[in-house]
Design a protein around this ligand. Structure first.
Ligand code: GDG
Length: 482
């Protein structure tokens, strides 16, 4: 069996029992354990001086190869082009897009440097799976070094409509780089359509019509590749077990004691402007404003651990959220009732799962999101006999699958307040039937299915056709890695 090489910006820290974080890390680690292979990427260290050295650690069938970044690379590649240009643009926040061509240069340079570090570790029949927007040019950099292995790419965040992508000055270079992969995976069909639309209308390429669920054949920039939608999943039964076990733990007992008999609405996400947190707080305020009988009967618990805290846009959203929660609490709180409990800290996965199970409403309203695993985790954690209700933004990829949710537009504050009221009042039979719909969907498309579908299509993808002037017969004769 071929070895699987996973390349991602960060390699998830792994403890004895596997990765602590959710979704991607668990699914990827699982795949690696089954096939054997390597996980390659940034260690998370930023070096003040000196040359980063690759660190290789074997853990059973999995090899972890990690490397630090020097400060300039971290600033240009990670904080700069990845998170100040691509992240806002791909989340439709053209107003927040910053662009500096030196940072784009740094982004390309780091991709090339990382590729160069990986090449000596590669074997001829390795299959390489690259993840996310930090590493768009990675395959191009490998190909330039003679690597002929199959290389797939999965984009975890949305792929924007052409008119938005055009705001990123090197848009063409990015899409051309994407075409160096053999298979491109997107979260949803709308993301796939947006990519195909760019290829056809902005890059003079061609996309063959879709046949069933097979990936589409794309011809662009002198290459032929495949592209498909692969919605990422979770392991719903494991989350349910975690949630059940956590219900007996101290954090849950404390929460219940302070909630009394009030209903609980929960939101959990990294503190990111794409997650629609300010709009979410305002819709909760609108609920309290319109339905006075809800006062003292419901609390919103928002957990929002810090992320990218050294960037201005993230400092701004933090201040905004602190101001909004303070204002709303000042307006409605009583001596023994705090309407919004806002916590800027991380919790253990088992505690989160138990909180999800305890909450009557999962409040997941991003302005844009590739998928949104929290929505899937909330549903997974529910008690089938007495499930809560998911209120979900139509702009989360998860809304394509979780039709049992109350789907809202996060810009429509009144609409969200109405959905909250409906969720809080929903009869048991309706809650159960919506839950059954969603949990069946989550079981059918769990994270193993996601991974297996992608790997199957990558194995079946043509070995990236070469530009017409390179004779096809020669391509396989070249060494796999140089
Ligand atoms: C990107 C895309 C796509 C959150 N707070 C804590 C904590 N979390 C966990 C959640 C969940 C994960 O982090 C967040 O995943 P999301 O999918 O919700 O969002 P992003 O981080 O933006 O992820 C997204 C995803 O990639 C996968 O493809 O769905 O669209 O943006 O698992 O539970 N985990 C712990 N403590 C916390 O306080 N332990």
């Amino acid at each position: 069996m071929s070895r699987l090489i996973i390349v991602s910006n960060r390699v998830a820290p792994i403890s004895e029992g596997g990765p602590a974080a959710g979704g991607l890390a668990v699914g990827v680690y699982d795949a690696l354990k089954e096939t054997g292979g390597m996980w390659f990427g940034w260690s998370g260290d930023v070096l003040a001086s000196g040359q980063p050295q690759i660190k290789v650690e074997e853990r059973g069938p999995v090899t972890f190869a990690t490397i630090g970044l020097v400060r300039r690379d971290y600033d240009q590649y990670y904080r700069g082009f990845s998170n100040a240009t691509l992240w806002p643009a791909f989340h439709y926040r053209a107003d927040l897009v910053q662009y500096d061509r030196h940072e784009f240069g740094g982004y390309c340079r780091v991709n090339e440097w990382l590729a160069q570090q990986l090449v000596p570790l590669l074997r001829e029949d390795d299959v390489i799976w690259v993840h996310d927007y930090h590493l768009i040019p990675f395959a191009q950099a490998l190909r330039a070094r003679g690597v002929k292995n199959r290389i797939g790419f999965f984009l975890h965040i949305p792929f924007p409509a052409s008119q938005v992508l055009l705001a990123v000055p090197p848009h063409r270079a990015l899409v051309e780089a994407m075409c160096s992969y053999d298979l491109l995976g997107f979260q949803t069909r709308p993301d796939l359509r947006a990519f195909c639309d760019y290829v056809v209308n902005e890059a003079d390429g061609a996309v063959e019509p879709a046949t069933g669920n097979a990936p589409q054949v794309v011809n662009a920039f002198g290459r032929t590749l495949h592209a498909g939608a692969y919605p990422i999943g979770v392991y719903p039964d494991e989350i349910a077990e975690l949630a059940k076990a956590g219900a007996r733990g101290k954090p849950l007992r404390t929460l219940k004691a302070t909630l009394h008999a009030r209903k609980l609405i929960i939101g959990v996400e990294r503190l990111d402007y794409s997650k629609g947190l300010v709009e979410r707080f305002r819709a909760f305020e609108r609920l309290l404003e319109h339905i006075p009988s809800m006062h003292d009967k419901v609390s919103l618990l928002q957990i929002a651990p810090p992320t990218r805290a050294d960037m201005h846009a993230y400092q701004d959203i933090r201040l905004q959220l602190e101001a909004e929660s303070g204002r709303i609490n000042g307006r409605f709180a009583e001596l023994d009732w705090t309407p919004i409990r806002y916590i800027h800290r991380q919790y253990e996965r088992s505690v989160l799962a138990a909180l999800f199970r305890a909450a009557n409403v999962g409040y997941v309203t991003p302005l844009r999101d590739g998928m949104n695993l929290v929505a899937k985790e909330y549903v997974s954690a529910q008690d089938p006999d007495d499930p809560g209700v998911l209120v979900l933004s139509r702009f989360a990829g998860a809304a394509q699958e979780l039709q049992g949710a109350l789907i809202v537009n996060p810009i429509d504050i009144d609409g969200m307040a109405e959905a909250l009221a409906r969720a809080l009042d929903m009869p048991l039979a309706e809650r159960q039937s919506r839950y059954q719909d969603m949990i069946a969907q989550l079981r059918e498309n769990n994270v193993s299915v996601w991974r297996d579908n992608f790997m199957r299509d990558l194995a079946g993808s043509g070995r990236g056709a070469m530009p017409p002037d390179v004779p096809q017969a020669d391509t396989d004769a070249l060494p796999a890695a140089q």
